[in-house]
Design a binder for this molecule. Structure first.
Ligand code: URA
Length: 210
Protein backbone atom coordinates (compact mmCIF):
# COMPACT_ATOMS: atom_id res chain seq x y z
CA UNK A 1 0.00 0.00 0.00
CA UNK A 2 1.15 3.51 -0.81
CA UNK A 3 2.34 5.49 2.21
CA UNK A 4 0.07 8.53 2.28
CA UNK A 5 1.96 9.81 5.32
CA UNK A 6 5.26 9.83 3.49
CA UNK A 7 6.95 13.20 3.36
CA UNK A 8 7.56 14.14 -0.26
CA UNK A 9 9.63 16.93 -1.80
CA UNK A 10 6.32 18.79 -2.30
CA UNK A 11 5.42 18.78 1.41
CA UNK A 12 5.64 22.57 1.83
CA UNK A 13 3.66 23.45 -1.30
CA UNK A 14 0.14 24.85 -1.15
CA UNK A 15 -2.34 23.76 -3.80
CA UNK A 16 -1.58 26.42 -6.39
CA UNK A 17 2.19 25.86 -6.04
CA UNK A 18 1.63 22.12 -6.40
CA UNK A 19 -0.34 22.74 -9.60
CA UNK A 20 2.55 24.89 -10.86
CA UNK A 21 5.05 22.13 -10.04
CA UNK A 22 2.91 19.60 -11.94
CA UNK A 23 2.61 21.90 -14.93
CA UNK A 24 6.36 22.38 -15.24
CA UNK A 25 7.20 18.73 -14.51
CA UNK A 26 9.65 16.93 -16.80
CA UNK A 27 10.36 13.93 -14.57
CA UNK A 28 9.44 11.40 -17.22
CA UNK A 29 9.15 11.20 -21.00
CA UNK A 30 5.38 11.71 -20.96
CA UNK A 31 6.23 15.40 -20.55
CA UNK A 32 7.67 15.37 -24.09
CA UNK A 33 4.47 14.25 -25.77
CA UNK A 34 1.76 15.87 -23.64
CA UNK A 35 -0.30 18.89 -24.68
CA UNK A 36 -1.45 19.66 -21.13
CA UNK A 37 -0.75 18.30 -17.68
CA UNK A 38 -4.06 17.08 -16.31
CA UNK A 39 -3.70 17.84 -12.60
CA UNK A 40 -7.32 17.20 -11.63
CA UNK A 41 -10.66 18.93 -11.14
CA UNK A 42 -12.98 19.62 -8.26
CA UNK A 43 -13.20 21.50 -4.99
CA UNK A 44 -10.25 21.62 -2.59
CA UNK A 45 -10.68 20.32 0.08
CA UNK A 46 -13.29 17.70 -0.76
CA UNK A 47 -14.82 14.69 1.06
CA UNK A 48 -14.73 12.41 -1.97
CA UNK A 49 -11.80 11.89 -4.32
CA UNK A 50 -11.52 9.64 -7.37
CA UNK A 51 -8.27 8.41 -8.91
CA UNK A 52 -8.43 7.14 -12.49
CA UNK A 53 -5.66 5.82 -14.72
CA UNK A 54 -4.26 8.48 -17.05
CA UNK A 55 -5.53 11.26 -19.32
CA UNK A 56 -6.72 10.21 -22.75
CA UNK A 57 -6.70 12.27 -25.95
CA UNK A 58 -9.55 14.61 -25.04
CA UNK A 59 -8.26 15.11 -21.50
CA UNK A 60 -4.78 15.90 -22.84
CA UNK A 61 -6.24 18.53 -25.20
CA UNK A 62 -8.53 20.12 -22.62
CA UNK A 63 -6.34 19.74 -19.52
CA UNK A 64 -9.23 18.26 -17.51
CA UNK A 65 -9.77 14.66 -16.33
CA UNK A 66 -12.58 12.42 -17.57
CA UNK A 67 -14.07 14.66 -20.24
CA UNK A 68 -14.34 11.97 -22.94
CA UNK A 69 -16.72 8.99 -23.23
CA UNK A 70 -15.45 7.36 -20.03
CA UNK A 71 -15.98 10.65 -18.25
CA UNK A 72 -19.57 10.93 -19.47
CA UNK A 73 -20.29 7.48 -18.12
CA UNK A 74 -18.56 8.28 -14.84
CA UNK A 75 -20.66 11.44 -14.45
CA UNK A 76 -23.80 9.40 -15.19
CA UNK A 77 -22.97 6.65 -12.68
CA UNK A 78 -22.13 9.16 -9.95
CA UNK A 79 -25.32 11.09 -10.74
CA UNK A 80 -27.45 7.92 -10.52
CA UNK A 81 -26.05 7.39 -7.03
CA UNK A 82 -26.86 10.99 -6.05
CA UNK A 83 -23.29 12.32 -6.30
CA UNK A 84 -22.89 15.59 -8.22
CA UNK A 85 -19.57 15.32 -10.03
CA UNK A 86 -19.18 19.07 -10.45
CA UNK A 87 -19.84 20.00 -6.84
CA UNK A 88 -18.82 17.12 -4.66
CA UNK A 89 -15.88 15.21 -6.14
CA UNK A 90 -12.22 15.86 -6.79
CA UNK A 91 -11.03 13.77 -9.75
CA UNK A 92 -7.38 13.00 -10.49
CA UNK A 93 -5.36 10.30 -12.22
CA UNK A 94 -2.52 7.94 -11.34
CA UNK A 95 -0.36 9.79 -13.90
CA UNK A 96 -1.03 13.36 -14.93
CA UNK A 97 0.17 13.22 -18.53
CA UNK A 98 -1.25 11.21 -21.42
CA UNK A 99 0.69 8.08 -22.38
CA UNK A 100 1.15 7.99 -26.18
CA UNK A 101 -1.70 6.17 -27.97
CA UNK A 102 -3.34 5.64 -24.57
CA UNK A 103 -0.98 2.79 -23.66
CA UNK A 104 -0.86 1.76 -19.99
CA UNK A 105 1.34 4.01 -17.88
CA UNK A 106 4.71 2.38 -17.16
CA UNK A 107 5.91 1.63 -13.62
CA UNK A 108 8.64 4.29 -13.87
CA UNK A 109 6.10 6.92 -15.00
CA UNK A 110 3.79 6.05 -12.11
CA UNK A 111 6.73 6.22 -9.71
CA UNK A 112 7.68 9.69 -10.98
CA UNK A 113 4.13 10.96 -10.59
CA UNK A 114 3.24 9.43 -7.21
CA UNK A 115 4.82 12.14 -4.99
CA UNK A 116 2.51 14.69 -6.66
CA UNK A 117 -0.47 12.45 -5.95
CA UNK A 118 0.52 11.98 -2.29
CA UNK A 119 0.70 15.76 -1.75
CA UNK A 120 -2.53 16.23 -3.72
CA UNK A 121 -4.37 13.81 -1.42
CA UNK A 122 -2.89 15.55 1.63
CA UNK A 123 -4.24 18.92 0.44
CA UNK A 124 -7.62 17.68 -0.81
CA UNK A 125 -8.12 15.76 2.46
CA UNK A 126 -10.70 13.26 1.19
CA UNK A 127 -12.54 11.06 3.68
CA UNK A 128 -13.39 8.54 0.96
CA UNK A 129 -11.29 7.58 -2.05
CA UNK A 130 -12.50 5.70 -5.13
CA UNK A 131 -9.92 3.86 -7.25
CA UNK A 132 -10.98 3.31 -10.84
CA UNK A 133 -9.51 0.21 -12.44
CA UNK A 134 -6.31 -1.77 -12.05
CA UNK A 135 -3.57 0.87 -12.48
CA UNK A 136 -4.85 3.07 -9.65
CA UNK A 137 -5.74 0.04 -7.51
CA UNK A 138 -2.25 -1.44 -7.89
CA UNK A 139 -0.56 1.92 -7.33
CA UNK A 140 -2.49 2.70 -4.15
CA UNK A 141 -3.17 -0.70 -2.57
CA UNK A 142 -0.39 -2.82 -4.10
CA UNK A 143 0.39 -5.03 -7.06
CA UNK A 144 -1.17 -8.16 -5.55
CA UNK A 145 -4.69 -6.67 -5.79
CA UNK A 146 -6.95 -7.18 -8.80
CA UNK A 147 -10.00 -5.13 -9.64
CA UNK A 148 -12.35 -8.10 -10.10
CA UNK A 149 -11.61 -9.37 -6.58
CA UNK A 150 -11.28 -5.99 -4.85
CA UNK A 151 -14.09 -3.87 -6.31
CA UNK A 152 -16.89 -3.03 -3.93
CA UNK A 153 -14.77 -3.78 -0.86
CA UNK A 154 -13.65 -1.22 1.68
CA UNK A 155 -9.97 -0.72 2.51
CA UNK A 156 -8.42 1.68 4.99
CA UNK A 157 -5.24 3.76 4.91
CA UNK A 158 -3.70 5.96 7.60
CA UNK A 159 -3.29 9.60 6.52
CA UNK A 160 -1.61 12.65 8.04
CA UNK A 161 -4.55 15.06 7.82
CA UNK A 162 -7.05 13.30 10.09
CA UNK A 163 -7.10 10.83 12.98
CA UNK A 164 -9.56 8.50 11.23
CA UNK A 165 -8.28 6.39 8.35
CA UNK A 166 -9.06 7.19 4.73
CA UNK A 167 -11.72 4.78 3.44
CA UNK A 168 -10.93 3.41 0.00
CA UNK A 169 -13.14 1.54 -2.45
CA UNK A 170 -11.95 0.19 -5.82
CA UNK A 171 -14.50 0.25 -8.66
CA UNK A 172 -14.44 -0.87 -12.29
CA UNK A 173 -13.02 1.73 -14.69
CA UNK A 174 -15.73 3.33 -16.89
CA UNK A 175 -13.71 2.40 -20.02
CA UNK A 176 -14.20 -1.25 -19.03
CA UNK A 177 -17.92 -0.60 -18.55
CA UNK A 178 -18.13 0.93 -22.03
CA UNK A 179 -16.96 -2.44 -23.35
CA UNK A 180 -19.40 -4.30 -21.05
CA UNK A 181 -22.69 -2.51 -21.51
CA UNK A 182 -25.10 -5.07 -20.05
CA UNK A 183 -27.27 -3.61 -17.26
CA UNK A 184 -28.24 -7.06 -15.98
CA UNK A 185 -28.01 -7.86 -12.29
CA UNK A 186 -24.53 -9.05 -11.33
CA UNK A 187 -22.83 -7.65 -14.46
CA UNK A 188 -20.03 -5.03 -14.15
CA UNK A 189 -22.28 -2.03 -14.83
CA UNK A 190 -24.89 -3.13 -12.31
CA UNK A 191 -22.16 -3.87 -9.74
CA UNK A 192 -20.59 -0.44 -10.28
CA UNK A 193 -23.87 1.37 -9.71
CA UNK A 194 -24.31 -0.66 -6.50
CA UNK A 195 -20.75 0.33 -5.44
CA UNK A 196 -21.45 4.02 -6.12
CA UNK A 197 -24.68 3.81 -4.10
CA UNK A 198 -22.83 2.17 -1.21
CA UNK A 199 -20.29 5.00 -1.25
CA UNK A 200 -23.08 7.58 -1.21
CA UNK A 201 -24.79 5.78 1.67
CA UNK A 202 -21.52 5.76 3.67
CA UNK A 203 -20.99 9.48 3.00
CA UNK A 204 -24.58 10.21 4.08
CA UNK A 205 -24.24 8.09 7.22
CA UNK A 206 -21.20 10.08 8.31
CA UNK A 207 -22.88 13.33 7.20
CA UNK A 208 -20.20 14.08 4.63
CA UNK A 209 -21.57 16.30 1.91
CA UNK A 210 -20.94 15.54 -1.77
N1 URA B 1 -9.52 7.62 -18.25
C1 URA B 1 -8.85 7.90 -17.11
O1 URA B 1 -8.45 7.00 -16.38
N2 URA B 1 -8.66 9.16 -16.79
C2 URA B 1 -9.09 10.16 -17.53
O2 URA B 1 -8.87 11.29 -17.14
C3 URA B 1 -9.80 9.84 -18.70
C4 URA B 1 -10.00 8.58 -19.04
Amino acid sequence: MIDFQKSTEFKGLDFSKLVGACESCARCDLSKTRTNVVVGSGPVPCNLMIIGEAPGEKEDLEGRPFVGKSGQLLTQILGSAGIDREKGVYIANTVKCRPPKNRDPQASEIESCTPFLIRQVELIQPKVLILLGNPSLKTILGSAFTITKSRGKWFKAPVSYMADPLYIMPMFHPAYLLRNQSQKKGRPKWLTLADAKEIKAALDYYQMSV
